[in-house]
Design a protein around this ligand. Sequence first.
Ligand code: HPA
Length: 394
Amino acid sequence: MVDSGATPTGNLVDNLVDHPQIRPVSFVLPEAAVRTEETEITSRAFDPDRSLRALHYPLAAASQPPPGVGLAGRDRHPGVDTSAGLTKPAGLLAVYPLDAYVEARMSGSQPDVRTPIPPDEQPARLTALEAAVRARSDLVPQVGLVLGSGLGGLADELVDRVSIPFSEMPGWPAATAPGHVGRLLLGSLEGAPVVMLQGRLHLYEGNDAGLVVQPVLLMGRLGARVVVLTNAAGGVNPSFGPGSLMVIADHLNLTGHTPLLGANADALGPRFPDLTDVWTPDLQRALHRAGETEGVELSTGVYAGLLGPSYETPAEVRMLRTLGADAVGMSTVLEAIAARWAGLKVCGISLITNAGAGYTGVPLTHEEVLAAGAEAGPRLARVIRRFIRDLGES
Ligand code: HPA
């Protein structure tokens, strides 16, 4: 990716009024991606003599989905004259040519992370992200793992590891949260091909919900059918002290955000996804079995996802308990929604790093969260490794 730094002139000006967040850029895909005929991606340097709008429409017309695959235009209620259901969705594995408008928004050394990314923009974005990965690795993962605070050590255990910093993925910012390294890794763990996210993108960093969920959607695009989401969390259930591990059985999305806002991409997932079993019961059982085999105690509970970045007040923790939460954190719920929407199987474990605010009378610190994560992380890593091994054998 190269930011041309060109000064807007002529007919570019009216375009910048339409899309003030866009700076003129040229976007150069990785060499291998440029050469891959299958992805239909070609290198298109930005031509400052043409407005982005002029660039956008002809290419957008050329980038219709393959025949038989319906990308929703407008969202309507199910059954009301919509392409949903009339065409066969190709799902996450379908490849769409990169749209120039999307391409421009993903380019540059400081990508635009705030402007909303509606679901129907995800297919083109995933095409660019997949190309960036495929320029470095051919590995087709079975499982995707999101490593929260404390679990980063698992990344060191990957065999034949390929590591890509977030900042080298089109449209992704470098991770800013302390304790989060911020890279995508591919390799094998317990003999199984896996893709890992060491660190994640959070809402509280200023990222749009559509960006926060791109890593899990990308895992699906690369071939993973199962995603395992881990996180550090505060204990809302008074019996969950620091160091406890909780298999997530359900969640409360209290972030006030959803990754599914805006025009849907019916080819990726339905407009109104069912979340009854977002946390796949079979996989929960498999995690518990892995815990038993490893002699690691696991409890079960409901994870409440909040926006952060402040920890909760004691009154909020009492409220969360009343609402049925057992643990609270600042991540995971949007990833679970998007992954389920896109047809992936989801499971997860919260590592309880501290008692919820107000239980001990002592203020919470991020250092305490990191220290508890480091202490309990290796136990959680054992459970995850066993889970992956069992999955490969089942
Ligand atoms: N609250 C929210 N997020 C957290 C906490 C907490 O107490 N601990 C670790 N992540």
